[in-house]
Design a protein around this ligand. Structure first.
Ligand SMILES: Nc1ncnc2c1ncn2[C@@H]1O[C@H](COP(=O)(O)OP(=O)(O)OP(=O)(O)O)[C@@H](O)[C@H]1O
Ligand SMILES: [Mg+2]
Length: 338
């Protein structure tokens, strides 16, 4: 039997009411995260990855600026219908988030130790002494030297990389069902990054934690993700397995992202491929395909009409008018129906 999703987004839209009018930063996103699965989210800056994560946690200002549509289902319950106190219980218990900006989730007036201990005691049935031991273990696990000493320090006494590690320790120590990691390792050096990814994958496999992993680093995607969604200007343009993302990317935008991965052993002197042009702004969303202005396949149909996300064989979903043309071009290289 097909595994039930832990978390499911159904046509989620996030609108901001601004001086420029209503801007839709997340425009009809649907996906599922199953137990023990790591879903990668990729796309250029500004395509709505962080707004989508903050929407799932309901961290945006709902009173004045933000309006949601659609559904965010956790075990079948729509989080968008929950009163805020109930939502607060979900955060950190069922869904935890590692933010792009570490300081935003550390409390400046409490020591690192107190903050991690509190999180552990809130979520696991342990006393203060055991919580202290676990907190020290957790700090050691994510590569913080002299953890006993660090426990007594305040967030501002730590470097950015250390703060990020503490935040990751806190998010993981409550053993959430779903972890949203928004570029969690960008400020860290490669060794620490690798250790933290290992830890995440370990919890994901041991406890069945579902992970939404947002990153610009496609090499990390290839190492840890099971499936991937590619976002462009608030929408999903392709959803596929990690294997297919690299072996048969279909959307012209995905192809561009894959080509832009730096090849360490690539041809010397060969220029790094960049997707030409820029992402259109939210107050000037094209009426046709949002990628048309940068797409080598674009024609009048694309400029005038917005394509739907189409399901292909092998559960690959693509939002493009010219899939047949692209498949023909690739013919011989692979067979999408296999
Ligand atoms: N509070 C807000 N009010 C209005 N617009 C916003 C608000 N927050 C974000 N946006 C806009 O929403 C869009 C998506 O932003 P978001 O931060 O989600 O991008 P991102 O994909 O996370 O980018 P990055 O890779 O740089 O982190 C951007 O155009 C951003 O300017
Ligand atoms: Mg972001």
């Amino acid at each position: 039997m097909e595994k039930q999703p832990l978390l499911e987004l159904k046509n989620l839209k996030t609108h901001f009411h601004t001086d420029d009018g209503k801007l839709t930063a997340v425009d009809g996103i649907s996906f599922q995260v199953k137990k023990g699965e790591i879903l990668g989210v990729v796309g250029e800056s500004g395509c709505g990855k962080s707004v989508m994560s903050q929407s799932i946690m309901r961290l945006l200002d709902e009173k004045y600026t933000t309006e949601y549509e659609g559904e965010i289902l956790l075990h079948g319950e729509n989080l968008l219908d929950l009163p805020m106190p109930n939502m607060q219980k979900i955060r950190g218990n069922d869904i935890s988030m590692i933010f792009q900006d570490p300081l935003s989730s550390l409390n400046p007036v409490y020591t690192i130790g107190d903050q991690i201990k509190e999180t552990i005691m809130l979520h696991q049935k342990v006393n203060k002494k055991e919580a202290t031991k676990k907190a020290i273990e957790m700090l050691r696990l994510i590569g913080i030297p002299s953890p006993e000493k660090r426990m007594k320090e305040y967030p501002h006494q730590l470097s950015g990389g250390m703060q990020q590690r503490v935040m990751i320790a806190m998010a993981l120590s409550c053993q959430p069902k779903v972890l949203i990691a928004d570029e969690p390792t960008t400020a860290l050096d490669v060794t620490i990054q690798a250790q933290i990814l290992d830890l995440m994958v370990d919890l994901n496999q041991r406890l069945g934690m579902g992970v939404i992993f947002i990153t610009h680093d496609l090499n990390v995607v290839s190492e840890i993700c099971d499936r991937v969604i590619v976002m462009y200007l608030g929408q999903v343009v392709e959803e596929t397995t990690t294997d297919h993302l690299f072996s048969k990317p279909l959307h012209p935008y995905t192809k561009g992202l894959i080509k832009s991965i730096p090849q360490i052993d690539g041809d010397r002197g060969k220029e790094l491929h960049m997707i030409e042009g820029t992402v259109p702004s939210l107050n000037n969303v094209p009426k046709g395909c949002r990628f048309a202005s940068r797409c080598p396949f674009a024609d009048d149909l694309c400029k005038e009409n917005a394509p739907e996300l189409r399901m292909l064989e092998g559960n690959q979903k693509v939002r493009c008018w010219h899939i047949e043309k692209i498949l023909q071009e690739e013919e011989g290289k692979y067979d999408i129906t296999s």
